[in-house]
Design a protein around this ligand. Structure first.
Ligand SMILES: Cc1ncc(C[n+]2csc(CCOP(=O)(O)OP(=O)(O)O)c2C)c(N)n1
Ligand SMILES: [Mg+2]
Length: 330
């Protein structure tokens, strides 16, 4: 077993960093707006926001080559992943509001963002469901020798369920180019990681499948990128699957109605001090690539783009009633 826990963090060029920073700001801003729109009943159903976890999304997306056939599956906490992979804010907002211009014609909503063109082959509300599907995409790549990889993104709670273990086992036996990326945000639906898992790290589970693994600082976009870059290169070369655990934190509760009273006092404040946006911005400022004024302008750009997307989506007509009979199998 190879355990890579100390991959050197690669420093990306200024333009790439700026792009990642803007994407993180867009995600943070759109999540706030989505929460408001839920409270205003403009968006229905439920939603799971990813504030605090943005570095995982943007670090991951840098390694995905959709043209080559790389695929990503993720969970209901997937707005950040979709945006990082290239979904526009307008498309996202239209999907959230059930409009036909959404990525799934408004029929998927918050928990089912999908766009084959950006490699996002599915977002799943059933936890663990994306893992075997990623294996399927990875098996296709292996048989067709495309060199493509499949990335499955899931949470720490998901590492306790059967599909996780079955998917890792199969990927290891078949040496599939599957990358299992766990966002360990310390909580499942409402229970703390330590109360439901007997191992200190999700990555420790890889040993049971003789699988390579890594633990990465999920608040550092460049660290996430660096470890994924290694994993992808390894998988493309036939080296097989890998389990990567990104240590991160969700600032909000599990879903829109959860104020997260089960958290320890001071825990949120401690994580806010390691905010992924501030970590990258701070590094850019240290390296002379960003000024306070630039940073303010980037935040304003995020606010403007989110407002543009919101207004645009709100003004779109709703789909006709009989659209309910389209896009179904009989
Ligand atoms: C198969 C299945 N069982 C139970 C649930 C209910 N459920 C929804 S979210 C969740 C916890 C998931 O926690 P985690 O994997 O850590 O993801 P996070 O929400 O923290 O991103 C559970 C058990 C579900 N959606 N699917
Ligand atoms: Mg979790």
């Amino acid at each position: 077993m190879t355990t890579v826990t100390d991959t050197p963090v690669e420093r990306l060029d200024a333009a790439t960093r700026r792009h990642m920073l803007q994407q993180m700001l867009d995600v943070r801003t759109v999540e706030g707006r989505i929460q408001e729109l839920f409270l205003e009943n403009v968006i229905r159903g439920t939603t799971h926001l990813c504030d605090g976890q943005e570095a995982v999304s943007v670090g991951m997306a840098r390694v995905v080559d959709a043209q080559r056939g790389d695929t990503v599956t993720c969970t209901y906490r997937g707005h950040g992943h979709a945006i990082a992979l290239g979904m526009t804010l307008r498309t996202l907002m239209a999907e959230m509001m059930g409009k036909p211009q959404g990525c799934s014609k408004g029929k998927g909503g918050s928990m089912h963002l999908t766009d084959m063109n950006i490699g996002l082959i599915g977002t799943f509300a059933v936890i663990g469901a994306g893992l075997p599907i990623t294996n399927g995409a990875a098996l296709t790549a292996q048989i067709k020798k495309t060199g493509a990889v499949g990335i499955a993104i899931f949470g720490d709670g998901t590492a306790n369920i059967g599909t996780f273990h079955e998917a890792l086992n199969l990927a290891a036996v078949w040496k599939l180019p599957s990358i299992f990326l766990c966002e360990n945000n310390l909580y499942g639906e409402y229970s703390a990681y330590g109360d439901t898992a007997p191992v200190a790290n999700v990555a420790d589970r890889a040993a049971a499948y003789n699988m390579a693994s890594a633990i990465v600082d999920g608040q550092d976009a460049e660290a996430v990128y660096s470890v994924l870059k290694q994993a992808v290169a390894r998988a493309r070369a036939g080296g097989g699957p890998m389990l990567i655990e990104a240590k991160t934190y969700r600032y909000r509760g599990h879903s829109r109605t959860d104020p997260a009273p089960y958290r320890k006092a001071g825990e949120l404040d401690a994580w806010l001090k390691r905010d992924p946006i501030n970590i990258l911005a701070g590094r850019m400022m240290n390296d002379g690539e960003l000024t306070e004024q630039d940073f303010t302008a980037m935040k304003q750009r995020a606010t403007d783009s989110v407002e543009d997307a919101t207004r645009w989506a709100m003004e779109l007509p709703d789909p006709p009633l009989d659209a309910v009979h389209e896009d179904i199998w009989v």
